[in-house]
Design a protein around this ligand. Structure first.
Ligand SMILES: *[C@@H]1O[C@H](CO)[C@@H](O)[C@H](O)[C@H]1NC(C)=O
Ligand SMILES: *[C@@H]1O[C@H](CO)[C@@H](O)[C@H](O)[C@H]1NC(C)=O
Ligand SMILES: *[C@@H]1O[C@H](CO)[C@@H](O)[C@H](O)[C@H]1NC(C)=O
Length: 438
C-alpha cells in the first residue's frame, strides 16, 4: 500500500520534474543563438557508412570485442561530424546545456548523460542501483526511487568537469528522432497526462486551432499529432515552451564537447545496457536483466501507466474529460505501443467506468494482449500507428522536422528522410488514434 502510494508520487513527481526542467531549459537557452541548426548544411554524403554500422550492431551484438568496435564507430562518427567546420557551432550551441545534465559517480568514475524519451527513466533506475542508492537487485523493482537526486557535474568548474568526464566511463543513450517525437506525443499528449495537456496541449491549441473552446484553451487534452508537430516546430522557431522531451537530443548532452565512451541507442537498448554493466563489473544486475528484459520492462510499463491513469483522476474532471475517455485513451496507448491486440475492444462500459479499480484494469490489459504477445505483431502495430500519425502531418512540416532533426541524424547515424514517413501520399484514416473505436 505504502509502496504504491510512493510510486504514485514518483510518477507525478517525475512529470513535475520534467516540466520544471523543460522550463529551465527555455530560460537557459536565451543567450544561445537559437536557430543555429538552420546553418546546418547538406546531408552527410557518407550515408552507407552509417547504415552499415547500425546494421552491424544488431548482427554482432553477442561479441564483446566486436561491440567495442561498434562503440568506436559511433564515437568516430560524432567526432567527424563535430570537427567539420560547418558543424562547429554545435559545440557552442550546446555549451552549458549538457553540463548540468551529466550524472556522476565519483568512486566508480562514471558519467551518464540522460536524454528524456531515450530510455532515461529506465537508465536512471539502473544507475540508482549502480551508484548504490538502492539495494534492489533489479531496476524494475518498484522500490527503486525515481526522483531522488544524483550527484552531477553542475557544481564543478569547467576544467574539473572536463577532466572528470574524460577520466570516467561516460555514456549516453539516443534514439531515432521521428520515433522519439512520436513516442513523446503518445506518452505526453495523447495519453491522459493532465500536466502536459495543460502546458503543451493548451499552448498548441491556442496557436493552431481555429475557434477553440474555452476548455480546449485551458486543458488542451485533444491536441492532434499534426497540431503537435506544428507546436514543436513553433516552439523551436520562437524559442518558447521548448520542452526537453521534444527538443533535439544533441542539445542535451553536448556530444561535440564531451567525447562519450559509449553511445547507446534505444534500438539496441538491451545489448548496450549489458555491455555497460559488464564494463562496470555489475554482473548480478546484468543477470537480473537478462532473465526476460522485454517481459520485465512490459510489466513495469503497465504498472506505471495504470498508476498514472489513476493519479490524474481529479484533473480529468476539471478538464471535462470523463474518466471513461481517459481509460479509452490509455487502452489505445497500449495498442499503439503494441502491448494490447488490435482485436481487443475496451471491455468496460461507460456506466462501469467510474468504479474501475487498478487491479481490474491491470488484469484486463493482460487479457487484452492476445496476438500482440507475438513480437512481430507488436512491431507491426507500432509501425502502423507511427505511419498513421505521420500521414497526417503537412509535407512542409515534415521538411521542417528533417531540418530540426538534422544534427541528431548526422551525429548519431539516423536517416533524416525515412521513406516510410516521407513517401506517404494520403492521410490514413485514424484507427489507433480514434478513441471512439477503442
Ligand atoms: C569476437 O570477435 C572477434 C573479432 O572479430 C573474434 O576474433 C572472436 O573470435 C569473436 N568471439 C566470439 C566468441 O565469437
Ligand atoms: C559484424 O559482423 C559482420 C558479419 O556478420 C561483419 O561483416 C562486420 O564487419 C562486423 N562488424 C564489425 C564492426 O565488426
Ligand atoms: C509479468 O507479469 C505477469 C502477470 O503478473 C507475470 O505472470 C509474469 O511472470 C511477469 N513477467 C516478468 C518477466 O516478470
Amino acid at each position: 500500500m505504502r509502496e504504491s502510494r510512493t510510486r504514485l508520487l514518483c510518477v507525478t513527481g517525475l512529470v513535475l520534474l520534467a516540466l520544471y526542467i523543460g522550463r529551465n531549459h527555455v530560460q537557459n537557452k536565451k543567450e544561445i543563438p537559437h536557430q543555429a541548426y538552420l546553418m546546418y548544411g547538406q546531408a552527410n554524403p557518407d550515408e552507407k557508412v552509417r547504415e552499415t554500422s547500425l546494421t552491424n550492431v544488431r548482427a554482432n551484438n553477442s561479441n564483446t570485442s566486436e561491440l567495442r568496435d561498434i562503440y568506436k564507430v559511433r564515437r568516430d562518427r560524432v567526432t567527424t561530424v563535430c570537427t567539420e567546420p560547418r558543424y562547429k557551432y554545435r559545440g557552442q550551441k550546446a555549451q552549458g546545456n549538457g553540463r548540468k545534465n551529466i550524472l556522476i559517480d565519483r568512486p566508480q568514475r562514471l558519467a551518464y548523460c540522460p536524454i528524456q524519451k531515450s530510455a532515461s527513466t529506465f537508465w536512471k533506475r539502473v544507475y540508482r542501483i549502480v551508484v548504490g542508492q538502492s539495494k534492489a537487485t533489479s531496476p524494475f523493482d518498484p522500490s527503486v526511487p525515481a526522483l531522488k537526486k544524483f550527484d552531477s557535474i553542475a557544481l564543478m568548474s569547467d576544467n574539473q568537469a572536463d577532466d572528470f568526464v574524460d577520466k570516467s566511463l561516460s555514456f549516453m543513450f539516443v534514439r531515432e528522432p521521428y520515433g522519439r517525437l512520436f513516442s513523446g506525443y503518445v506518452d505526453k499528449l495523447f495519453s491522459p497526462n493532465v500536466m502536459f495537456w495543460r502546458n503543451i496541449g493548451a499552448f498548441g491549441i491556442s496557436i493552431f486551432r481555429k475557434n477553440p473552446s474555452s476548455v480546449d484553451l485551458r486543458c488542451g487534452h485533444d491536441l492532434t499529432f499534426s497540431e503537435f508537430v506544428k507546436t514543436v516546430l513553433y516552439s523551436d522557431k520562437h524559442n518558447i515552451k521548448r520542452n526537453g522531451h521534444f527538443t533535439p537530443q544533441y542539445e542535451h548532452c553536448d556530444p561535440c564537447h564531451y567525447n562519450y565512451d559509449v553511445i547507446g541507442t534505444l534500438e539496441t537498448l538491451s545489448e548496450d545496457t549489458f555491455y555497460l554493466l559488464d564494463r562496470m563489473g555489475k554482473t548480478n544486475l546484468k543477470k537480473s536483466l537478462e532473465i526476460d528484459f522485454r517481459g520485465q520492462s512490459l510489466n513495469d510499463t503497465i504498472r506505471d501507466q495504470v498508476n498514472m491513469l489513476f493519479a490524474f483522476h481529479k484533473g480529468y474532471r476539471d478538464c471535462k474529460v470523463s474518466f471513461f475517455e481517459a481509460q479509452q485513451r490509455m487502452w489505445k496507448k497500449f495498442q499503439i505501443r503494441g502491448v494490447i491486440s488490435k482485436n481487443s475492444k475496451y471491455p468496460i462500459r461507460q456506466d462501469q467506468s467510474e468504479r474501475l479499480t487498478k487491479e481490474t484494469l491491470t488484469a484486463l490489459i493482460y487479457q487484452g494482449m492476445g496476438d500482440a504477445v507475438d513480437k512481430n505483431v507488436a512491431k507491426k502495430n507500432k509501425h502502423d500507428a507511427l505511419i498513421e500519425a505521420f500521414s497526417t502531418v503537412d509535407k512542409k512540416d515534415m521538411d521542417s522536422l528533417s531540418k530540426l532533426f538534422g544534427p541528431d541524424c548526422e551525429l548519431f547515424g539516423y536517416d533524416c528522410r525515412p521513406s516510410k514517413l516521407f513517401d506517404i501520399n494520403t492521410p490514413i484514416t485514424p484507427w489507433f488514434f480514434d478513441i471512439n473505436i477503442a
